[in-house]
Design a protein around this ligand. Structure first.
Ligand code: PEP
Ligand code: MN
Length: 377
């Protein structure tokens, strides 16, 4: 890897604090909104959905670098006002893309985060300008950029004086035509191995189709992404750009509900939504189901242990004490009462011991019976 003097991995991962939101910490950050800002009502509805899902940041393009000059180019200043206003109404942060010096000038004091899109990843003059401002930059990976080129593009921003860069994997061009691009999840892992910068994933531009967004988002979290940037539109059928890859509001909220358990499985946190009563209950039901499934898996492992222990050694008080101590420390970090952990685990241990004794006795009975092959008197 070339000279990554500033983006290269040093001892600590960077976290980026922006107006009360931390990117790159333990919490997964969800960014959502339409590809392009189209109207005030569209942005208010999108912001309401992002908030309901537990998202922290509203997106919406007002300067659209479109592949065709005849496609919608964005509402510019007017769109910016809709984006900023809608985010403010819901207490969200906002992000929009800039394409050149004038658009950067126009948005820099209005939005919380600035995006440099895939098509501008190697617009070195723009990168240098982004390095001179005091706002975080989401730097998308170029359509055909190697990881090295992407990290060197980030290095341009850092070298010009702005340390707040968030890398965004958004799919690369491959020979595969069934998706718009190919989401390169190994790039998430590699980028985090080579640099200290937070890495987020945009599954929308990678897939180009909404049916893949849920699976790709979960896979991205499993791969270590610090956040997701997902296109969602109040009415995707009518969207002026990227409708086919935009989630419907309810799909977005549902996906957010499902992200918590995935985040937890990789020792991260995602707090899905203030939500209404119904969506909170659905999330609680999902968590309860996971708790029972995990308890069943634990019990199976415990039973496997029984064949390797003497019957009088099934209960191991010092191991129980060690487990409780570790979990009480964890609970304290997570602001859970330690008494809760102690009580739950005393029951888990009690039932574990009983179950081990039962399965051990059953095994011994089986062995005994094998002395008397079936059919003999
Ligand atoms: C976008 O986020 O709307 C966008 C144009 O993305 P990309 O630069 O990744 O194509
Ligand atoms: Mn788009």
């Amino acid at each position: 890897m070339k000279d990554l003097r500033l983006a290269g991995l040093n001892s600590e991962r960077s976290t980026i604090e922006v107006n009360g939101v931390t990117i790159g910490g333990k919490e997964i950050i969800l960014i959502g909104g339409p590809c392009a800002v189209e109207s005030s009502i569209q942005m208010s509805q999108a912001a309401e959905t992002v908030k309901r899902a537990g998202g922290k940041i509203l997106r919406g393009g007002v300067f659209k670098p479109r592949t065709s000059p005849y496609s919608f180019q964005g509402l510019g200043q007017e769109g910016l006002n809709y984006l900023v206003q809608a985010a403010k109404e819901q207490g969200l942060l906002c992000v929009t893309e800039v394409t050149d010096a004038p658009s950067l000038d126009l948005v820099v004091d209005k939005v919380d985060i600035i995006q440099i899109g895939a098509r501008n990843m190697q617009n070195f003059e723009l990168l240098k300008l982004a390095g001179k401002i005091n706002k975080p930059i989401i730097l998308k990976r170029g359509l055909s950029a190697t990881i090295e080129e992407w990290l060197l593009a980030a290095e341009y921003i850092l070298a010009a004086g702005n340390p707040h860069v968030i890398l965004c994997e958004r799919g690369i061009r491959t020979f595969e035509p069934s998706t718009r691009n190919t989401l390169d999840l190994s790039a998430v892992v590699v980028a985090k191995e080579l640099s200290h910068l937070p890495v987020i994933v945009d599954p929308s531009h990678a897939a180009g189709r909404r049916d893949l967004i849920s699976s790709l988002s979960k896979a991205a979290l499993a791969a270590g992404a610090d956040g997701l940037l997902i296109e969602m539109h109040p009415n995707p059928i009518e969207a002026v750009s990227d409708g086919p890859q935009s989630l419907y509001p309810e799909e977005f909220v549902q996906l957010a509900r499902e992200l918590g358990v995935v985040a937890e499985s990789v020792k991260r946190v995602f707090l899905g939504g203030e939500g209404n009563l119904e969506s909170l209950r659905t999330s609680i039901n999902d968590i309860d189901q996971s708790i029972i499934e995990l308890l069943a898996a634990r019990m199976q492992l415990v039973n496997k242990l029984s064949s390797q222990k003497r019957l009088d050694r099934v209960k191991d008080a010092s191991r129980e004490k060690e487990i409780i101590q570790r979990l009480v420390n964890l609970a304290t970090d997570l602001q859970l009462p330690s008494e809760l952990v102690k009580r739950i685990y005393s029951l888990i241990f009690e039932f574990g011991v009983q179950s081990q004794i039962k399965s051990r006795l059953a095994q011994e009975k089986k062995l005994d019976l094998s002395f008397y092959p079936t059919g003999s008197k």
